[in-house]
Design a protein around this ligand. Structure first.
Ligand code: FES
Length: 125
């Protein structure tokens, strides 16, 4: 199971951020990398925007090192940044462009990965 113990959360998302895109350049990211900066860099896209991460990062960690939230809940539209961070709560579902849904907190990044934070429909789990 991936862990995120080498990150610190800056604070929780607010309802006010619900109107911002997931990757808001002007917003402080949710996580700050504290250590392990020597790992190999990979590039992925999130909602079409290029993003760098380090080998061993989870998708959730990679996104929250750049943004305030991982996705918006399909029920209320509220921003979500994951809850358990260990694959139990299902608060971090995102989708790969090819259609597979993944838990961002328990899926490691891969170079060239293409992630969507807004669902296009379920084709896998
Ligand atoms: S944050 Fe709970 S399953 Fe991913």
């Amino acid at each position: 199971m991936p862990t995120t113990s080498f990150y610190a959360m800056t604070n929780l998302p607010s309802a006010a951020s619900a109107t911002q895109p997931p990757i808001a350049a002007d917003a402080a990211p949710q996580f700050v990398r504290l250590t392990e900066t020597h790992r190999k860099q990979v590039t992925l896209t999130v909602d079409g925007a290029a993003m760098t991460a380090l080998t061993g990062d989870t998708v959730l960690s990679a996104i929250l090192l750049h943004a305030r939230r991982v996705r918006d809940t399909e029920f209320s539209g509220e921003p979500r940044a994951g809850f358990c961070l260990m694959g139990a709560c299902q608060d971090c579902w995102v989708q790969l462009e090819e259609g597979t849904r993944i838990r961002a907190c328990s899926t490691f990044v891969k170079d060239g990965m293409r992630v969507l934070t807004r669902s296009l429909g379920v084709t896998g789990a």
